[in-house]
Design a protein around this ligand. Structure first.
Ligand code: SIN
Length: 281
């Protein structure tokens, strides 16, 4: 499919498309922006190859799509608070994002999306998987959809602020968590409606969701465990093989992602910019 000289090649049945014919370091024309934005909404995560972005041009690309978020818990790239370095040196054993999740869902207004740029990748491994939360929701029975209607869930940043967990993470990872002790909690609908497409999707994840609002953690666990499995069924996923200069731009409102940690002894270096989102409804 060609649109405005951009080629959009889907990579899987559920989500994901490679975009060809765009150099993101050149300012996008309005026509190009519209075509990329359309592909982003249609495919939920879009991929680019062979891009050359320094931190300033990376931020400029991000700003074309929205305001930039500052993570607040991870150390940022020196001189660029809006860039999260997703680094893993050969001797580190832990990675960032090695669990199915959407970014920063503990915020009252979680991210719209993130743009991850590969500076250095291992010879094999280090892929990222993505899962469509539209498909995860749409495949539920009518009875389950009815039960979820109106439920809200509590999301928390406690994995970043609990000292023991933070120290444990920092002892095995390259990018460090800073000593911020303030935990952020927010309540979001378990099923949200995407503000741009109007489609419904699941909005709970194993990294940040703690319980159903108004239920105990123990009462919540069976339902949340079921929804986490549903969220990441293989049929709802795609898997991206990185190369130096690759970019993944995911819609954080309707996808989850999982960074594979299967490249021990090699370096993987990425920069992420994250776009501010809105209050889920
Ligand atoms: C993340 O969760 O943002 C990291 C994803 C990755 O490194 O592939």
């Amino acid at each position: 499919m060609k649109s405005n000289s951009i080629e959009v090649r889907p990579v899987a049945g559920a989500l994901g498309a490679e975009i060809h014919g765009i150099d993101l370091a050149d300012s996008l024309s309005d026509e190009q922006f519209d075509a990329v934005h359309r592909a982003f909404l249609d495919h939920q995560v879009i991929f680019f190859r062979d891009q050359v972005l320094d931190p300033d041009s990376h931020k400029e690309v991000g700003r074309r799509f929205g305001d930039l978020n500052i993570h607040g818990y991870y150390e940022s790239l020196p001189g660029h608070p809006e860039i999260l370095p997703v680094l893993k040196e050969p001797e580190a054993t832990g990675n960032i994002g090695g669990v199915w999740h959407s970014d920063v869902t503990y915020l009252p207004e979680p991210a719209l999306g993130s743009i991850l740029y590969a500076l250095e990748v291992p010879p094999a491994g280090g892929d990222t998987m993505f899962a469509s939360q539209y498909r995860a929701y749409e495949s539920l029975s009518d009875g389950m959809k009815e039960m979820l209607e109106g439920l809200r869930a509590i999301h928390s940043s406690d994995i970043f602020t609990n000292k023991a967990r933070r120290d444990a993470a920092n002892s095995i990872r390259t990018t460090k968590l800073t000593e911020v002790d303030e935990t952020i909690e927010s309540s979001h609908p378990v099923v949200r409606t995407h503000p741009e497409t109007g489609r419904k999707c699941l909005f709970v994840n194993g990294a940040f969701t703690r319980r159903i609002d108004g239920w105990t953690a123990e009462e919540s666990r069976p339902l949340l465990d079921f929804l986490y499995r549903q969220a990441a069924l293989p049929e709802f996923t795609c898997r991206f093989r990185w190369q130096q200069g690759s970019i993944a731009f995911w819609d954080n409102r309707c996808t989850q992602h999982y960074a594979l940690n299967d490249y021990q002894g090699y370096r993987r270096a990425m920069h992420r910019v994250t776009l501010e989102g809105d209050r889920p409804v």
